[in-house]
Design a protein around this ligand. Structure first.
Ligand code: GZL
Length: 320
């Protein structure tokens, strides 16, 4: 799989430059996972805005985090004869048949923000971050922060079977390898939502001496971390000091928590996956250009030292 690393700024610049190249009036079907997190909401907003700016007709479908709804939406897009399909796949498996149907209908599919186990000849390209690397960045921050101190870690996993849950777990474990003073003692899915992040964290706190035996929380996304922060406070502990909090996405509310000293670090994930996707489609529609199979977006670590209040202000209007 060839990779092409694209910074957020470059993606935006490319997006503008390619706008003119896009044939007006193309119709794109977008099978979105749902609205489970602030990051997901921002991705949806940016996709709709970019489609409008480029003169595209967007058929939007919210699957409420159910794969069967996504498969039905894709089949409906094929029946409508759309010119392309965007798919943010809720889980990594079970896509071969419907992607084959899109291929036979000669409708290009672009994956957004998550990966599938299917062969890469079943989609035009995938736009997303290096999910393993995100987990490694989060894990390295924790390793560097605790030094030789014994640290019992609890982990809130993303949606079971999703590529971010699988790969962010893998990356975090890679970073902790060789540092035996850090141990993941509890790990459970919070399904990327605030409510479930809070609920599962409550059970972790209860099981770990009221939270006194927990040194750090690693959450696969900021929304679960924000829910967990609430649970930590309700348990009478200080998130960010009694329990370190590191997560991934870079949503405004996590920067707000960091500014309040209640979270420690986040790894930013750009919600602008549609820009590179529409650019690749523009080139493909124009002359059949085949993009790299993976268009990688940046992953940047932010900590309390990086003006979290300013980062909150810069992001709060971006559709989250
Ligand atoms: C990761 C993306 C994840 C976000 C969550 O690429 O799929 O899905 O990290 C969202 O906020 O639910």
């Amino acid at each position: 799989m060839t990779r092409f690393l694209m910074s957020t700024a470059a993606a935006a610049a490319l997006a503008i430059s390619a706008t003119a190249a896009l044939a007006e009036g193309e119709t794109v079907g977008f099978s979105q996972i749902g609205s489970e997190s602030g990051w997901r909401a921002a991705e949806t907003t940016l996709t709709k805005t970019q489609a409008e700016e480029r003169g595209l007709k967007l058929q939007f479908s919210d699957a409420q985090q159910k794969q069967e709804n996504q498969i039905a939406a894709i089949r409906s897009f094929i029946a409508q004869g759309v010119d392309a399909i965007l798919l943010a796949p809720v889980v990594a498996t079970g896509w071969d048949a419907v992607l084959q149907e899109a291929k036979e209908a000669e409708i290009p599919v672009v994956l957004l923000d998550r990966q599938v186990d299917s062969s890469d000849d079943l989609y035009l390209t995938a736009v997303g971050s290096n999910l393993v690397h995100e987990g490694e960045v989060a894990g390295k921050w924790l390793v560097d922060s605790v030094g030789d101190k014994e640290c019992r870690v609890v982990e809130l996993q993303g949606t079971t079977g999703s590529s971010p849950a699988i790969d962010r777990k893998k990356g975090f474990e890679n970073a902790l390898a060789g540092h035996d003073n850090l141990k993941i003692v509890r790990s459970q899915t919070g399904d990327f939502t605030r409510a479930q992040g809070k609920e599962v964290m409550e059970s972790f706190l209860q099981a770990e001496n009221g939270g006194k035996d927990i040194c750090a929380l690693y959450a696969h996304n900021d929304d679960m971390a924000v829910g967990a922060i609430q649970a930590i406070k309700e348990a009478g502990l200080k998130p960010g000091t009694d329990i370190l909090v590191v997560s991934i996405d870079g949503v405004p509310d996590l920067f707000q928590a960091m500014a309040n000293g209640e979270a420690n670090a986040t790894v930013e994930l750009t919600p602008n996956m549609a820009g590179p996707a529409f650019d690749a489609l523009a080139a493909y529609w124009k002359d059949g250009t085949q993009p790299a199979k993976f268009l990688q977006t940046e992953s940047k670590l932010y900590t309390q030292a990086d003006d979290p209040a300013g980062e909150y202000e810069r992001r709060k209007g971006l559709g989250y």
